[in-house]
Ligand binder design. Sequence first.
Ligand code: NAD
Length: 249
Amino acid sequence: MNKLKNKVAIITGANSGIGLATAKLFLKEGAKVVISGRRPDALAEATKDLDGDFITVTADVSKPEDNKHLIEKAVEKYGAIDILYLNAGIAKPTPTTDISEGHYEETFNINVKGPILAVKEALPHINDAGTILFTNSVVHQRGFDGMAVYSASKGALRAYSRVLASEVKGRGIRVNSIAPGPIETPIYGKMELTNDGLEELEKGFAAQVPLARFGTSEEVANAALFLASDDASYINGVELEVDGGLSQI
Ligand code: NAD
């Protein structure tokens, strides 16, 4: 119940899916949570029944000034940060022949630039022995049709996280990533696919998973709690797959 007692955690993309499940679990485990999302209405709706010590901050992670604002609000309320969980992300399947500059920029601005700028803003305020977590994906470990730019963005984030882990090691800050496989969240409804296309994609993913199903947001949140807590005190620089075996078997 108290694995994160009095720890201050920031979670981006926390009004939905994996981020929201993690915010709920972190609150249950005694953390003070800064719940961030891009849309104020969605943020208000998602948090209206939550119990615990939390604030909400509206921030579009693709905007430098919003990352600054997010960290300022967190520090203003709670003083310092113990856990920075950069989870917000988008995935819009697009065949390589259809990739546009706009698709590339939108994906990289949210999935790569956002977390990198948030870390830069947050680092001076992260307590020594704190922890930074990213939601990555198994997509950059294998080739999934239509996922070129998304996979490239998650691969870039993985490479970045290794360098970050090295640069902050002197402060005892652990940097880890979670690589979900297919997880049942609203992200699939935002992919701009037809119903048939979406069904085909979902069936295809589930069929490839050794456990033969989608995972749940709560299963990913459990991994986030583990990596953020002292249970993972000697785990650093890894990417933990939460994927029913998809990436390995
Ligand atoms: P989701 O759509 O439910 O959640 C994504 C969150 O990111 C939402 O809260 C959304 O508002 C937020 N977001 C998107 N753009 C933003 C922006 N510009 N600024 C601030 N917030 C923004 O989907 P999810 O599946 O919970 O996704 C969370 C993370 O998990 C993402 O990084 C995604 O790439 C990753 N992931 C998901 C799956 C899956 O199958 N669901 C698999 C692998 C990785």
